[in-house]
Design a protein around this ligand. Structure first.
Ligand SMILES: *Cc1c(COP(=O)(O)O)cnc(C)c1O
Length: 462
C-alpha cells in the first residue's frame, strides 16, 4: 500500500473541483448551503486527521462555493485563476517566505522586481516609478493616497510625519462622482472627511466631464478612474491630467481592472494620457486572472512612496526597494509573484488575446441582450455590460429568474437612479460557447418576463 500523501489528496480534490466548475450550479442551492451546518462542530480536543479535514472541505465546502473560478460567472469584476498561477502558487506556499525585504526572501525580492519592471513596461508607465505589490486596489490605493497627502502637505511646508494633522494646511480633494466606494473609504480614513470632498460631475458614460471639473490648485488631490465599474469607461485623461499637473495637483488613478487596457494595442486608446498621473492602482485578481488577493500600487515618485510607507522609522528611509516600505503590509507573502507567473505564462500576446476576447464576448452579450428585448445602457467599450428591462421590478425579476437557474450569476446595480444589471466578462475560460450558453439563460429569463406581462395584460382584458 502506498502511503497517504495529503498534498496528493488535496491536488486530486482541487482537480476534481476545477473539472466540475463548468457544469455545476454557479450559486449553490439552499440544500447545499444548509449542509454548511456540518462545520458547526466543537473545537476538537485532539487533532483530527488531515485526510478527514480535506474530505470535509471537498464534500461540504466545495459545493457551497460560488463558481466564480468558472466561465458562467459574470459578477462584479471577478476573474478566475490561470492554471499556471495556481500551479506555481503551490510552490510559493511551500517556500512560505516572509517577503518583506531582500534579506528575508532573496528570490521573491528578485522576482517581484522583475514583475514590477514588466508591469511598468506593459502599462507604459514611467519606468522609474515604484511598484508596491499588496493585497487589493483598496490597500495599494491607500498607500498611494497617503503619499499624495504627505507630499501635498510637504509642499506647503508641513511635515505630516512629525506634526500630524492637527493644524495642518487644508487640502482639497476632487473626486469623480462615479468613484468606487473603496476610494471614498480611503479618503475618509485619511482624514479628508466626506463632507469636504468636491465631486467632479460625470457624463452619461460615467466619465468625469472636463468642462465641469472644479478648479484645481497645488493643494488638490484629484482622483480619476480607468474603468468605471458599471460601464467600463475611462475618464478623459488627456483633457484633464495636463491641466491638473500644470495647477500643481496630485493625480491618482483607480485602474483596478481598466488599467490593463494599456497593455492591449487595440484598447490602449481608452486610457490615453493616464501616464501623466502621479499614482495608479491595478488589480491582479480581476482581469489578469491571478488568485485572490493581489494588486499593485504604482507611484511615479518612488522615493516619496518609500518615505511615506517606510516602516523602519517614518522619517529615516530604509531600503527604498523593500516591499515592506512600499505598501500597507509589513509581513507579507510576495504578491507580485502571481503577476510574474501570469505575465510569463501569457506573454504579451496571451494577455492581449484574453482581454480582446473578453471585450468581444461583452459585445456578444450586449447584442444578444438587445435582440432579446433588453435595454443595453452602455457602449461596451470594454468587458462590462450594463442593461435593464422596462421597469425596475421587471429588471429585478429577470435577474432573479436567471440566477435561480444556477446556470449563471451576475449582480444587480443602480444606474442613473434606476435598477440595472451588470455583466463582467473577466474569466480566462470565457469562450464563444460559454457566452452562447449565457445568452440562452438570459434570453429565457427575458422571455418569461415578456410572456408573464402578456399573460397579465390578457387577464386584465378578460
Ligand atoms: C474592484 C474595484 C476596486 C476595489 O478593488 P479591490 O481589489 O477589491 O480593493 C476599486 N475600484 C474599481 C473601479 C473596482 O472595480
Amino acid at each position: 500500500m502506498t502511503q497517504y500523501d495529503p498534498l496528493d489528496d488535496a491536488n486530486a480534490r482541487a482537480a476534481a473541483y476545477l473539472d466540475g466548475l463548468r457544469d455545476r450550479r454557479v450559486f449553490p442551492d439552499a440544500k447545499t448551503l444548509a449542509g454548511l451546518r456540518e462545520f458547526d462542530e466543537p473545537l476538537p480536543p485532539a487533532g483530527r486527521d488531515i485526510s478527514d479535514t480535506l474530505r470535509l472541505l471537498a464534500e461540504i465546502g466545495s459545493p457551497a462555493t460560488v463558481a466564480s473560478n468558472g466561465p458562467n460567472y459574470f459578477g462584479y469584476v471577478i476573474g478566475g485563476t490561470l492554471p499556471s498561477v495556481l500551479a506555481a502558487q503551490r510552490l510559493f506556499d511551500a517556500w512560505d517566505q516572509c517577503a518583506s525585504s531582500f534579506d528575508n526572501a532573496p528570490s521573491v525580492h528578485k522576482i517581484e522586481s522583475v514583475a514590477a519592471n514588466w508591469l511598468l513596461e506593459l502599462l507604459d508607465l514611467p519606468r522609474s516609478a515604484k511598484v508596491s505589490f499588496g493585497t487589493t486596489t483598496a490597500s495599494c490605493g491607500f498607500a498611494c493616497l497617503a503619499t499624495a497627502r504627505r507630499t501635498l502637505l510637504d509642499r506647503q511646508g508641513w511635515n505630516i510625519d512629525r506634526r500630524g494633522l492637527n493644524g495642518a494646511p487644508v487640502l482639497r480633494v476632487v473626486v469623480s462622482e462615479a468613484a468606487h466606494s473603496t476610494i471614498l473609504r480611503n479618503l475618509r480614513l485619511l482624514g479628508f472627511g466626506l463632507d469636504h470632498l468636491e465631486l467632479a460631475p460625470v457624463d452619461e458614460h460615467g466619465r468625469v466631464d472636463p468642462e465641469r471639473l472644479p478648479p484645481l490648485d497645488d493643494r488638490t488631490l484629484l482622483c480619476l478612474q480607468a474603468g468605471e465599474v458599471n460601464t467600463g469607461e475611462f475618464d478623459p485623461f488627456s483633457d484633464i491630467v495636463p491641466v491638473a499637473k500644470a495647477a500643481g495637483a496630485w493625480v491618482h488613478v483607480d485602474g483596478s481592472f481598466g488599467l490593463w487596457a494599456r497593455a492591449n494595442p487595440d484598447l490602449a486608446y481608452l486610457a490615453k494620457g493616464v501616464e501623466g498621473a502621479d499614482s495608479w492602482t491595478v488589480d491582479g485578481h480581476k482581469w489578469l486572472n491571478t488568485p485572490y488577493d493581489g494588486a499593485a500600487g504604482i507611484c511615479r515618485h518612488g522615493d516619496l512612496l518609500a518615505e511615506t510607507m517606510n516602516s523602519a522609522t517614518v522619517y529615516a528611509p530604509g531600503a527604498g526597494d523593500a516591499q515592506m516600505n512600499l505598501g500597507m503590509e509589513f509581513s507579507r507573502r510576495g504578491r507580485g509573484l502571481s503577476f510574474w507567473v501570469a505575465l510569463r505564462s501569457l506573454g504579451r500576446d496571451g494577455l492581449t488575446e484574453m482581454t480582446l476576447r473578453h471585450c468581444r464576448h461583452a459585445r456578444m452579450l450586449a447584442d444578444g441582450l438587445a435582440d432579446a428585448g433588453a435595454e443595453v445602457l452602455n457602449r461596451v467599450v470594454l468587458n462590462q455590460v450594463l442593461f435593464r428591462c422596462e421597469t425596475d421590478e421587471a429588471t429585478q425579476a429577470m435577474r432573479d429568474r436567471a440566477v435561480a437557474t444556477g446556470r449563471i450569476w451576475f449582480g444587480p446595480t443602480r444606474w442613473q437612479g434606476r435598477s440595472a444589471c451588470r455583466l463582467s466578462v473577466s474569466n480566462w475560460q470565457s469562450s464563444d460557447d460559454s457566452i452562447d450558453a449565457a445568452l440562452r439563460v438570459l434570453g429565457e429569463a427575458l422571455d418569461r418576463g415578456h410572456s408573464g406581462r402578456e399573460a397579465a395584460a390578457h387577464q386584465e382584458k378578460l
